[in-house]
Design a protein around this ligand. Structure first.
Ligand SMILES: Nc1ncnc2c1ncn2[C@@H]1O[C@H](COS(=O)(=O)NC(=O)[C@@H](N)CS)[C@@H](O)[C@H]1O
Length: 482
């Protein structure tokens, strides 16, 4: 495969161009596929996906069974839940033929899998003893997005759609699962050092067919927010539509209550965007395809001893189970530094003749890029684990600080528009649609919703008077979104 293009990245403050370039130069996705909104995972990008989704699977597997449902949904099923089909009808791709034969029932390419799964849940669930049911799948889904498509962010084929679907006896038990799901998503995004706001979407922007939607929003470098996960309480809406009932111990039959919660490859878009810098990717140690890169600094006549020490270190680190690479290609060290900074190698080890003489190595970490020298003996697994944890801590703190800088409270409606688009405006807002509409018009951004959990670093009261009508309001976030 052609080597990474050698031109450098635009500065990150030109975020849109920077993002577009890094996706290609770091060989994450090939955006040249000849269908709008569909992109190809390069091997390197796919390795990041495997590592990131490996963590998501580890978390899901604690409390769910993995399943796989068909990608084609008959129109009869897709259309059954009124709100749901209204929400998706202009996004669904349809299959109308098998070869030259027109199909008697049109088949939808799944935009999400409620209507593929729930007719089957009806067959699976008979008694209270069959509950709770908790399954998830990681599949591709299809949405005919008419807004600006963008790799990893807004796709027409969502290639890495983790969707969990759970069924419970009561509304409260489903609510308990919503709480757990919020906890899983927090753990997942904390692991990726990605900061987030946990926000309850307004009534007019909840998932089609849901009782309520809780969203995870992160703030991208350009001040726009991106929804990186959603948790929906479905009430018994879908159970009533699809006839999912269970027999209670007293013999009565009851409609079940459900939840569903999803994460897509936007989690990788956030990982790239939140942590990257002008030189390229910065990836947490656990999800960097190349965790440690060893770079020999070769001087004429000293190559042999330098390479010998490099190989010894390589073998040791390999033995510790790390994804380590000895870059002994015949490029200049500078070109190697450039490539591995672009690719987000978390830890760099440089070895030159001086280091051989001192039996030492020069270590640096991709986020802070401060070199320090240590003896070869000190290069132990314990130390590397400690350094990796420190790097994660630094990345989390730095990313949270950057997010805080973009979030400002306003109690004067005329000032909100000046900030929205550059950052997130916090205002007190009542839950009426009229006030929501007027602040969106005034601010030129969307009402993300009210804080489900107000972070302790937001030192504004949760309750206040609505910035539009003066009535009882709650702290809401307003932003331009991806
Ligand atoms: N076109 C898209 N491209 C990339 N990611 C998307 C796209 N549409 C939605 N997502 C992501 O997928 C997540 C789940 O989608 S969703 O519509 O909110 N929820 C569902 O589909 C529910 N069935 C839960 S799985 C969203 O939070 C968002 O982060």
């Amino acid at each position: 495969m052609a080597q990474d293009k050698s031109e450098s990245l635009p500065p990150k403050e030109n975020f849109s161009e920077w993002y577009h370039e890094i996706i290609q130069q770091a060989q994450i996705m090939d955006i040249r596929y000849p269908v709008k909104g569909l992109y190809v995972w390069y091997p390197f990008g796919f390795k990041i996906r495997q590592l990131v989704y490996g963590k998501l699977r580890e978390i899901m597997d604690r409390d769910h069974d993995e399943v796989y449902f068909p990608a084609l949904i008959p129109e009869t099923e897709l259309g059954r839940e009124g709100e749901h089909i209204k929400g998706f009808e202009d996004e669904v791709y349809w299959v109308t033929h098998g070869g030259l034969t027109p199909l008697d029932v049109k088949l939808a390419l799944r935009p999400t899998s409620e209507t593929a799964m729930y007719p089957m849940f009806k067959l699976w669930i008979r008694s209270h003893a069959d509950l709770p049911l908790k399954v998830y799948q990681i599949v591709n889904t299809f949405r005919y997005e008419t807004k600006h498509t963008r790799p990893l962010i807004r796709l027409r084929e969502i290639t890495s759609f983790k969707e969990a679907h759970t069924v419970h006896r009561t509304f409260e038990e489903a609510e308990e699962q919503v709480r757990k799901a919020v906890g899983y998503y927090k753990e997942f995004y904390d692991f990726l050092a990605i900061p987030y706001l946990v926000i309850r979407r307004p009534e007019w922007d909840k998932f089609p067919g849901a009782a309520y939607t809780i969203a995870f929003d992160t703030v991208m470098p350009d001040g726009r927010t991106m929804q990186i996960g959603t948790v929906h309480h479905l009430g018994d809406n879908f159970a009533r539509t699809f006839g999912i009932t269970y027999e209670k111990p007293d013999g009565e039959h009851e409609f079940a209550h459900q939840t569903c919660y999803g994460i897509s490859e936007r989690c990788i878009a956030a990982l790239i965007s939140i942590h990257g810098d002008d030189l390229g990717l910065i990836l947490p140690f656990e999800v960097s395809p190349t965790q440690i890169v060893i770079i020999p600094v070769l001087y004429k006549g000293k190559e042999k001893e330098v390479l010998e020490l490099c190989e010894k270190i390589f073998d040791r680190l390999k033995g510790f189970g790390y994804r380590v690479l000895l870059d002994d290609s015949d490029e200049r060290p500078g070109a190697k530094y450039y490539r591995w900074e672009l690719k987000g190698a978390a830890m760099r080890i440089e070895v030159g003749p001086k280091e051989v003489a001192e039996n030492a190595v020069v270590v640096s970490f991709r986020d802070e890029r401060k070199k320090f020298k240590i003896s070869v003996e000190e290069l132990t697994k314990e130390r590397i684990e400690k350094w990796a944890a420190e790097m994660k801590e630094r990345m989390s703190k730095a990313a949270l600080e950057r997010m805080k800088e973009k979030i400002k409270y306003f109690d004067n409606i005329s000032e909100v528009a000046g900030w929205v688009g550059k950052g997130v405006a916090l205002v007190h807002l009542c839950s009426s649609t009229e006030c929501g509409d007027s602040i969106e018009t005034e601010a030129g951004g969307s009402v993300l919703g009210r804080f489900e959990e107000k972070p302790d670093w937001i030192d504004v009261e949760y309750e206040g008077s609505c910035i539009v009508c003066g009535g009882k309001g709650y702290l809401n976030a307003i932003a331009k979104t991806y």
